[in-house]
Design a protein around this ligand. Structure first.
Ligand SMILES: C[S@@+](CC[C@H](N)C(=O)[O-])C[C@H]1O[C@@H](n2cnc3c(N)ncnc32)[C@H](O)[C@@H]1O
Length: 232
């Protein structure tokens, strides 16, 4: 497999195809089981109307999509990894969940303009080759007045917390993530991709660049998780 890099979408896709069966288990470990409140904060920040339709970009195994569907909205979850979507589908109770999973590229969304009442991308944008295009696509497909949100890891600002976080990412995550999934390199990539990713302040600038206004940023989990939203 080629070295994983966000500038090489095929390498990212192949990595997630392989990780899919063990992704949820590894995810729970990496977030120390604390990811649900972050996802809830993101869903609430989008504040989509009841009975509206929302879009979960890079839905993966569907953790945001399933949660969002409990807020009275219909959810479309999009991802370019068919294995991740297969795992999402296997968890899906068709009678209860108002979720549709579809294959597609976040950089070329297969939806007309103004189709959704909000859109979120959790832990996905960092892996994309053209982040401005991904943000512009999210903006394009939501209706005017709707919000677009990004939830992702970031480097904490407090130097002590940052040093602990970096050690955790460099030493613990590749070891344990590797043991759970058999792919330590994927978890080395995770740490380096977070280190090289935008700060929340930079992300807000990129959101404004693609035409999103009223941007809001919030740091969670001692500053290691960011939630950024903007309005169309
Ligand atoms: C770290 S997982 C996040 C999954 C889920 N959103 C979550 O919160 O756990 C990143 C996901 O982004 C997807 N992805 C990355 N680039 C993509 C793109 N250009 N289009 C669609 N999906 C993409 C990957 O296939 C993977 O499922």
């Amino acid at each position: 497999m080629a070295k994983v890099s966000s500038s090489n979408p095929l390498s990212v896709q192949q990595m997630f195809e392989k990780l899919a069966p063990r992704y949820d288990a590894a995810n729970t470990f990496i977030s120390l089981g604390r990811d649900k409140p972050w996802r809830i904060a993101a869903i609430k920040a989008i504040n989509a109307p009841k009975n509206g339709t929302v879009l979960d970009i890079a839905t993966g195994t569907g953790p945001v999509a399933f949660l969002w569907s409990t807020y009275g909205v219909k959810v479309v979850g999009l991802d370019f990894s068919h294995e991740m979507l297969r795992v999402a589908d296997s968890k899906f109770d068709r009678n209860k969940s108002k979720v549709d999973f579809i294959g597609g590229d976040a950089l070329k969304l297969p939806f007309p303009d103004n189709s959704f009442d909000g859109s979120l991308c959790a832990f996905g944008l960092r892996n994309m080759a053209d982040r401005d295009l991904a943000l512009a696509e999210m903006r394009r497909v939501v209706r005017p007045g709707s919000r677009v949100g990004i939830l992702d890891f970031t480097s904490p600002t407090n130097p002590l917390v940052r040093a602990i976080f970096e050690q955790y990412m460099r030493r613990v995550i590749p070891f344990v993530g590797g043991r759970i999934t058999g792919n330590p390199d994927s978890y080395r990539y995770l740490g380096s991709s977070i280190k090289n990713f935008m700060t929340p302040e930079d992300l807000a600038v990129h959101m404004k660049k693609v035409g999103l206004s009223s941007t809001k940023i919030r740091r969670l989990n001692m500053g290691s998780v960011m939630l950024c939203t903007g309005m169309k």
